[in-house]
Ligand binder design. Structure first.
Ligand SMILES: Cc1ncc(COP(=O)(O)O)c(C=O)c1O
Length: 387
């Protein structure tokens, strides 16, 4: 008998947890889970060390330490030219994951509809379920993974309360264009819908600028922008995130956050504040370093024989694996792990209908050069296209 609430039972365990433990047992090189193989910058970690030693380790304010909210506001101003009030429009959360949960739980009534773009980050439909919402979705399809605006229009309805947009987008690597976001904005205005944007990969865009929903005309008034420390500072274990939104939306996020986690550990807030205060060169170097890693992995996978969809952002890339034989993505990844010695992620669990992702495999390039080189050697030696 299972004691798992029926709310979660249908979602199974996380694909990341499952693949990571299978890959570990098999000794596979991990190009699957999105964690960097290096540790975050010393100046960020040092600020947390100093905080733990010399500052208060008692409960910080529920909405976050002033020093961090001010640093978030300052970075937001640099990135968007817009002003967000640190006292009323910025909320610090336990990673973007909690920001998503607090936003959805804070804004949604049971029976409301939430629109998602597939493939989606796996916590989105689960948060929708926890809030008692119904999910309506549209699928981004290869080769360009463009937002099908006509189809999107058809899923907006009287009960739609919120659309969740992730840009740069995991796992496709899309950075949605101004036209695509304007199209969504039009629909939000017409149907009085709130946009929630997950921008955790905001500083990883390649040869393209990130357009933010909150900056499109009057969209600030109906947008909650989310991000976190994990990707930008290579500190995925810190789980420190935030939500930026006008007062009337921030109130809803805060109402849920108060009772989900109440607050976020002090030292990580001090560290994140130091990171966000870094000079522009930190963010520029992060971007160019990842662009080099992207090109390195894409070239290598191309040589192996994959059809790679070159990402415009994030540290992931999708490739079509069907040139190596007719397998589902899950079968292909198990073959990779057990026969080739490389772990990747099967993306079918990011779709309502798993067959939509079955031809694809996701690789991560937040990995050091020796790791990617060794993985490519194994792939070159172990994978053959059928004649
Ligand atoms: C699209 C997306 N959103 C949110 C998260 C989670 O962010 P955090 O670790 O800050 O909770 C991830 C992590 O992989 C992600 O890919």
């Amino acid at each position: 008998m299972s004691y798992v609430s029926s709310r979660f039972a249908s979602f199974g365990s996380s694909v990341f947890t499952e693949i990571t433990s299978v890959a570990r047992r098999a000794g596979a090189i991990d190009l699957g889970q999105g964690y960097p193989t290096w540790e975050g910058p010393d100046f960020v970690k040092e600020a947390a060390v100093v905080a733990i030693r010399d500052r208060s380790n008692q409960y910080p304010p529920s909405i976050g330490l002033p020093v961090l909210r001010e640093a978030i506001a300052a970075r937001w101003k640099l990135d968007t030219g817009m002003t967000a009030d640190p006292d009323t429009e910025i909320t610090v959360t336990s990673g973007c994951t909690e920001a998503l949960a607090a936003t959805i739980l804070g804004l949604i009534e049971p029976g409301d509809e939430i629109i998602l773009l597939e493939p989606f980050y796996d916590s989105y439909p689960v948060c929708a379920e926890m809030a008692g919402a119904t999910v309506r979705s549209v699928v981004l399809r290869p080769p360009d993974f463009a937002i099908p605006l006509d189809e999107l229009e058809s899923v907006f309805g009287d009960n739609t309360q919120l659309i969740l947009v992730n840009s740069p987008h995991n796992p496709t690597g899309r950075v949605f264009s101004r036209e695509e976001l304007e199209g969504i904005a039009q629909l939000c205005r017409r149907h009085d819908v709130i946009a929630v944007t997950d921008e955790v990969y905001e500083h990883m865009t390649y040869d393209t600028d990130l357009v933010r929903m909150a900056t499109l005309g009057d969209m600030w008034e109906r947008t909650v922008s989310l991000s976190s420390t994990g990707k930008t500072f290579s500190l995925t274990g810190w789980k420190t995130g935030w939500a930026i939104a006008p007062v009337h939306l921030s109130e809803a996020v805060r109402a849920a956050h108060q009772f989900l986690t109440y607050t976020v550990p002090n030292p990580m807030q001090w560290g994140t504040a130091a990171g966000l205060g870094a000079g522009q060169s930190y963010f520029d170097e992060l971007r160019s370093d990842y662009q080099r890693r992207r090109d390195f992995l894409a070239d290598g996978l191309g040589r192996v024989g994959f059809d790679v969809f070159l990402p415009e952002g994030t540290y992931f890339m999708l490739a079509d694996h069907t040139g190596f034989g007719e397998r589902t993505d899950v079968e292909f990844v198990h073959h990779l792990i057990n026969e080739v010695g490389v772990a990747a992620i099967p993306p079918s669990s990011f779709y309502t209908d798993p067959s939509d992702g079955s031809a694809l495999v996701r690789f991560a390039f937040c990995k050091d050069d020796p790791t990617m080189e060794a993985a490519l050697e194994r792939l070159e030696a172990g994978l053959r296209r059928p004649p």
